[in-house]
Design a protein around this ligand. Structure first.
Ligand SMILES: [Zn+2]
Length: 503
């Protein structure tokens, strides 16, 4: 007897092929039968009128920062994500060589810990170059010594051998941003030796966008690794349209033998820490950011830099997290400036100080045509670029709604790509890029990670004002053959697994 049969659904198998009607039989967490299913099963789902696809793969997630404390990853499953790709933008849970906690200490310890947790969705991870660098040389703003570089390379190799996908760079964040290109090439080469790949939050997504893409292409070509440009975008009105140039550069590199992809989230606002946007990187060195802000002379220098620096308009900055200060959450900088009776730059610095460095915001800096252009690019994948929800903070709606929005808004409403192609971008493409064997396609012998939804109705409902709204139209999410969500509500199945890179 089968465990589960999904009957009468219209299958979009994830390969980009057209839809077809068939039943799917599931046993022991695997798809064992596709066709006209006459067998008995413990459970039957009637998917008449619905579309059945592989589970969605979140190409760029920060779930690792919280997954040990919040293994359910509810917000991920509840939008159809069955596998999260974590450890991005230079930051990962490990390896921290001085940590006594094994899960923090090494990739091996992290995976062992994950094996004991009721994971809501599967998880794979990169190790962050920033995490590796701070482990070896703290937040020092200088080049590594030969010994330090060797130690970083060894940590990367060790992590990849233990099952990490590779290394991620976070070149706007401290301390990854202190690395020169040559260091990154060396790290990428070590990663390649162990069989890994790289992803990068590139050095700049505004004025520096084109040069930053060129730097990434250089790293990939020099080291021979496979590469993913994270959350590809053009930020700031002056840079809108530049994704036309960058996608051409990527295509040229690929034509010359490189293997480069990117991911994108379906929104025109980004989200990251306020300190990374408002405090220039050299003032973060050696963990002295708050100390520097408290020094009136240095604070004046920082403010002078910001006033002259080209920033997007301040009413496009919406504070989402300020630890211990909910009164600022959901307010724009001009609103906070009014509350505090100061200017917008001063307001940003004060929120950073109130949150003791732990403050984030959404930044409305992109335009729709760049988002759509990147989304239509055949080598782009879709992502949340989000951790999981903690405390009572509000978040960017992408945390709960990226995938229903990509399908409902960008695919159905705007026709940016056809449905079968969108499904390929969120299933078999990331499975291929990240080497996730047995995932991303509805095929006999493959893992039973499956989404069932109404393709006429699926849509995001989370907004910047109400980021916790559940999506609509997503009937079932199945992970390893178990029902993880019904009508976008997590069942508590805990059937996700930690996935190690195949050696
Ligand atoms: Zn990033």
């Amino acid at each position: 007897m089968l465990d589960l049969i999904i009957k009468n659904g219209q299958i979009i198998d994830g390969t980009g092929a057209e839809a077809f009607f068939a039943d799917i039989g599931i046993e022991n967490g695997k798809i064992v039968f596709i066709g006209d299913c006459k067998q008995e099963a413990k459970m039957v789902i009637d998917a008449a009128g619905l579309v059945v696809t592989p589970g969605f793969i979140d190409s760029h997630s920060h779930a690792d920062n919280a997954v040990v404390d919040f293994p359910e990853q509810r917000e991920k499953c509840e939008q159809g994500i069955t596998t999260s790709v974590a450890g991005q933008c230079g930051s990962s849970y490990m390896p921290k060589i001085k940590a006594s906690d094994e899960a923090r200490h090494s990739a091996e310890g992290f995976f062992k810990k994950l094996d004991t947790l009721p994971l809501g969705a599967n998880i794979v991870t990169f190790v962050g170059h920033g995490t590796v660098r701070s482990s070896v040389m703290g937040l020092a703003n200088r080049e590594p010594t030969e010994g330090e570089l060797e130690q970083m390379k060894e940590l990367v190799r060790e992590s990849v051998k233990a099952g990490a996908l590779g290394v991620s760079f976070g070149l706007i964040y401290v301390p990854s941003c202190y690395a020169k290109t040559a260091e990154l090439v060396e790290i990428a080469k070590a990663c390649k030796e162990a069989g890994g790949m790289v992803s990068a939050h590139i050095r700049g997504e505004g004025e520096q966008l084109v040069d930053s893409v060129k730097e990434f292409i250089h790293i990939v070509k020099e080291s021979g690794v496979k590469g993913v440009i994270s959350h590809h975008k053009a930020a700031g009105a002056k840079n809108h349209g530049k994704t036309e140039i960058t996608l051409k550069l990527i295509e040229e590199a690929n034509a010359e033998g490189a293997d480069i992809y990117c991911d994108v989230y379906p929104y025109i606002a980004s989200s990251t820490s306020l300190s990374s946007k408002f405090v220039p990187k050299e003032y973060h060195a050696d963990n002295k950011m708050l100390q520097n802000l408290a020094d009136p002379a240095i604070r004046a220098q920082i403010k002078a830099r910001l006033v002259t620096q080209e920033t997007s308009s301040y009413d496009g900055v919406l504070v989402t997290v300020c630890k211990g200060h909910p009164e600022f959450q959901g307010k724009t900088l001009p609103e906070i400036a009014k509350m505090l009776d100061c200017d917008c730059v001063e307001a940003a610095l004060r929120v950073i100080e109130f949150g003791r460095g732990s403050a984030s915001a959404c930044y409305f800096t992109m335009n729709e045509s760049d988002v759509e252009r990147v989304m239509a690019y055949p080598r782009s994948m879709i992502c949340t670029d989000s951790s999981v929800a903690r405390n009572n903070s509000v978040y960017h709606p992408r945390l709960r709604a990226s995938f229903p929005r990509a399908i409902g808004e960008y695919c159905r409403n705007r026709g940016v790509v056809p449905l079968a192609e969108m499904i390929r971008k969120i299933t078999s493409l990331p499975a291929h890029v990240y080497g996730l064997e047995g995932k991303g396609i509805i095929r006999e012998g493959y893992d039973a990670d499956i989404c069932i939804f109404d393709s006429d109705k699926i849509i995001d409902k989370a907004t910047y004002e109400e980021p916790t709204n559940r999506c609509e139209g997503l009937s079932y999410v199945i992970i390893s053959g178990e029902i993880a969500c019904v009508d976008a509500v997590y069942t508590g199945s805990g059937s996700g697994r930690a996935i190690r890179r195949k050696n």
